[in-house]
Design a protein around this ligand. Sequence first.
Ligand SMILES: NC(=O)c1ccc[n+]([C@@H]2O[C@H](COP(=O)([O-])OP(=O)(O)OC[C@H]3O[C@@H](n4cnc5c(N)ncnc54)[C@H](O)[C@@H]3O)[C@@H](O)[C@H]2O)c1
Length: 323
Amino acid sequence: MRILIIGGGGFVGQKLAHALAARGSLREQPVAHLALADIVEPDTVEAGFSVTTHILDIAERGQVDAIIAGDWDVIYHLAAVVSAQAEADFVAGMRTNFFGTFNILEACRTRIGTPVLVYASSVASFSTDVPQPIQDWTATTPQTSYGTQKAIGELLLNDYSRRGFIDGRGVRLPTVVVRPGKPNAAASSFFSSIIREPLQGEPAMCPVDVEQEVWLASPRVTVENLVRVAEVDGDAIGPMRNFSLPGMTTTVKAMLAALEAVAGENVVGLVDHERNPTIEKIVQGWSSQLVTDKADELGLIRDESFERIIEEFIANDMKPVET
Ligand SMILES: NC(=O)c1ccc[n+]([C@@H]2O[C@H](COP(=O)([O-])OP(=O)(O)OC[C@H]3O[C@@H](n4cnc5c(N)ncnc54)[C@H](O)[C@@H]3O)[C@@H](O)[C@H]2O)c1
């Protein structure tokens, strides 16, 4: 089993690489080789099989052809210019999210063999302008450039699968919380900051109303589902190759209450509130009510509670508080 993770230097890519290293197998075969490719050289992972790291700009067709020509059984496409950045810089978003995705699909089409291709789409490909809750088959009516670029990728993934060029699986990730490290350029970044920073003894800013709803999942559940999505039989997915990953609907208020329950009122007191209309507009356009029938049929998992998500962050990802 040879696996390529494009976007392998990012948050989800690194978590997935560590999970694959711990498992040692995928699709009932031992992993022989894992390659991590990203526009910035990814950190490697310790594993019982060989791991290589590669610098790759997916907007450069020649680079994409060269790496996809490897004999990959499973390719994860996780590379993206994320939501707020794609909204601020239209060309950058189109370059990576549209042309980059197209390059990957085209490189798969022209190689020998039919790899399993797992594509990270987003709940941002939906909007609140259609009847809620969102079903797997609800029309994608994105309200951002990022969501539009993700939705284009979904359509192409379907057709490249139908034509037999790939065995594609497009999964709409919920907002993944708690993201470790520093804030990123996603409009959803604050959903992690308001938990991560206070737990690490630092102030955080909440830019939306506390009643704002969000559809989220933990890193553990998201990565386990990315593994399971690669393992299922393509025929079991059916002709509609894109579906939502399980998440939970909660509010900022409930998230902060969970933080207080886990870590106390002094910690939650580090969260300040100042509304940011740009962030608020993007986040309000995302649906927080989704039905995940396909994922449930395929045996994907979901989080039990937001308290547990916080506890997992404390156990696995929190940097020590400086004293
Ligand atoms: N994390 C979330 O909450 C979330 C939610 C919905 C969807 N997603 C999607 O899941 C995927 C992974 O998300 P993440 O949180 O790990 O994001 P991330 O930003 O941490 O990782 C994305 C990676 O893509 C790389 N990249 C950007 N442009 C590139 C290019 N031209 N060529 C090669 N690599 C490039 C970046 O360097 C980065 O390492 C993304 O496609 C994202 O859109 C994530």
